[in-house]
Design a protein around this ligand. Sequence first.
Ligand code: ADP
Ligand code: F6P
Length: 326
Amino acid sequence: MFRSNIRTIGVMTSGGDAPGMNPGIRAVVRSALANGLRVMGIEDGYEGMLNGRFREMGPRDVGGILQRGGTILRTARSMEFKTPEGQRKAIRNLNNASIDALVILGGDGSLNGGMKLTAQGVPVVGVPASIDNDIYGSDMCIGVDTALNTIVDAIDKLRDTASSHNRAFLVETMGRNCGYLAVQAGIITGAEMVIVPEFETPFEEVVAAVDDAYKRGKAHCIIVVAEGAKLNATEIANKLEEMNLGFNTRVTVLGHVQRGGKPTAFDRFLATRFGVKAVEFLMAGQTGVMTGLNGRDIVPVPLDLVVSRQRTLSDEYMKMARILAR
Ligand code: ADP
Ligand code: F6P
């Protein structure tokens, strides 16, 4: 059984890196130390937990990292941890290192892993960190705002070229099965169309949007396509090119640039608030929960809810993107 009296906490980042993880680690470490706790950093997510990659962290270990993207603890994906044997081994390693409780910063997969540990008696508080913004129970995740700013910057630049050359650009954004980044970016860059996994878009609608943009005299046509959408950016571009609708067609896959870069002010502050709150929850014995942003408040959301429910994409934003593209 795990000790209920928490003296040492472990902090780790897991899954895809997200800008703001570093400010989150800093907040966890410094607020835990301020509360008289010892902190062990776990490197490489669950992979490091399985291999005993633990290191004690003091206040200086998290100095100068607020402005750095990525994660100083590094991150990984681990197949072994998904197995019951892997989880038993991880718990044994935590016990050997006298780690009494965990703060896990990561996406829905990582939080699912955290729930498995909680179910086996390890006190866990999860912190939503993923550029995808696909986690149930939090309005925003760490990293989303920075990724969105990166996308907006890229699309603004692509628009310069699109307008200069009379081109249609298919821009693919990340998000796994979630269209949040695509629809938000579409609205705030004035894209002609947005295609997301959550809503079906017949190819005829794409053709109509491009045709319409050309006939109304637009110098460009920007279509933002979420990576998880049924219609793939390259396939759309190839078909459009064959149809000769007036614009030449190009594809830009934004890829992993969306995950890097220094966290925005919003992400630094959100991560800092989450980190401090996570330690507060642990100390109050409120475990098996995630720090969730609900309006302006940070509330505990049970991990079993977080992993069993699906976050939905607002069709209000899809409508907004459509209406404003005229
Ligand atoms: P993210 O946390 O960004 O969603 P992943 O889905 O890759 O990224 O999950 C990160 C890690 O969390 C996985 O490599 C695995 O070790 C662990 N994990 C994911 N899903 C589960 C699960 N259902 N049970 C236990 N561990 C899981
Ligand atoms: O979850 C973050 C994310 O960047 C998704 O948007 C994307 O589908 C996936 O991770 C890419 O994973 P990898 O870094 O393993 O290529």
